[in-house]
Design a protein around this ligand. Structure first.
Ligand SMILES: [Zn+2]
Length: 113
């Protein structure tokens, strides 16, 4: 049978030789309806915070390192977070923006400009 997870063909054991996914569930063709009815429902569409957290991390790091790079990255992540209606998107924006500006300010001071 063919691995549903990675598509590797002709697996002979109960687990995929390539990715280790279990092979039992896609065994019998007649079990297709049963299988699909017992498939776990897709995760509910509740806004996460992963992009917001990324933005906040980028902002925090850009206070110390590479504000010219990490600041815009943080802002982009915050924008993505905003587009996904993440709760902390605004915080991400603020932290990334402040991190970038303050990081640039300190960077300029230390550089002697
Ligand atoms: Zn596989």
């Amino acid at each position: 049978m063919i691995c549903k997870n990675c598509g590797a063909g002709e697996q002979t054991s109960n687990f995929c030789n390539k990715c280790g996914a279990g092979m039992k569930n896609d065994a019998a063709p007649s079990g297709n309806n049963l299988y699909s009815s017992t498939t776990p429902a897709p995760t509910p569409v509740s806004p996460g915070n992963s992009f917001s957290i990324g933005a906040i991390l980028c902002g925090a790091i850009s206070l110390l390192f590479f504000p010219i790079v990490l600041g815009p990255v943080g802002l982009v992540l915050a924008a993505v977070a905003k587009s996904k209606n993440e709760k902390n998107a605004v915080i991400g924006f603020v932290v990334a923006g402040v991190g970038m500006l303050v990081g640039m300010f300190f960077g300029a001071m230390f550089a002697g400009y």
